[in-house]
Design a protein around this ligand. Sequence first.
Ligand code: NAP
Length: 311
Amino acid sequence: MKRMRVALVTGSSTGIGFEASLALSRNGIHTFATMRDSHKSEAIKKKAREEKLPLEVLEMDVDNEDSVREAVLWIIDEKKRIDILVNNAGYGLFGALEDISIDEIKKQFETNYFGAVRAIKEVLPSMRKQRSGIIINITSIAGVVGIPGESIYSSSKFALEGLSESISYELKPYGIKVVLIEPGVINSNFVPNIRYPNNAEKKSKQKNLREENGADSGGSDLNHEIEMISTSLYYSNTIDAFLSHYYLAMKNAPPPTLVSAVIIDAIKNATMSSQCLFRYTVGEDSKSLAAAKKNMTDFQLHDYISKRMLV
Ligand SMILES: NC(=O)c1ccc[n+]([C@@H]2O[C@H](COP(=O)([O-])OP(=O)(O)OC[C@H]3O[C@@H](n4cnc5c(N)ncnc54)[C@H](OP(=O)(O)O)[C@@H]3O)[C@@H](O)[C@H]2O)c1
């Protein structure tokens, strides 16, 4: 009888991780849907019960080394192996760099970058010994192209892209494949979970106060400007223009199941192929931006993104 493969998915309480866990288990893979707060597990457990899926929920906070280690050890103890790791847990930190504190930047990297690194390091000994495995990193088109207003989110995803490309060489002799999934805007809980710099709001209030007292008007239409300022003191033109574009894009964005379907295809391809690094853009916006990056000069790309996202 064919052995059932074993997968671990991070950040399975909502969105892409939720759908990816269901899709993996529907495809006959024993799936550990991990989440940092197991109180959020009812919805996925209910689906698993109704559809009789091979899915278990485990607690795992990717920010916490002990939590990641305990979850991985638990799975290896029970199943003796992990065949597929999906590094999905993450959130967006949007805003102008000058407004974002170093602490907020570190937190973003703690989850989006170090969270994935921790999980990879914990599963590698087992994958190396079994001489097979698939590591799937959910990055973003923001990890391929620097998106305005997302400097820290973008750089956390660029970092994960660089790590993925680089480790594919050392993992190849052990039959471990690395997959990059680069979604564009997807309609999940990502937007309500976006964090903005604490500082921006404070500065914004300060600016309003100064303006009420007659300072710093710069001769512009103050009422309009005060109304618009919500995210930054000095960069509100750029940040607010980007956010208007972003929220509009989110309204028509595809669902997380578009990403989970690509994850399943990626696993099939990685299983069949001798190639060791795979890259998938997901969504029309991601595909067109990736093509623009490939085919345009830096100047053309800058102009293209400005016209597309900042007007
Ligand atoms: N939606 C998009 O437009 C989009 C586009 C490109 C890439 N992505 C990437 O796709 C991934 C999934 O995002 P999503 O769209 O599905 O958003 P989502 O619905 O907000 O899901 C994010 C998941 O990550 C979890 N998470 C956050 N911090 C965590 C931590 N420290 N430990 C464990 N889990 C943690 C969240 O758990 P809680 O419920 O506990 O908060 C949630 O389950 C992220 O890496 C995101 O950057 C999203």
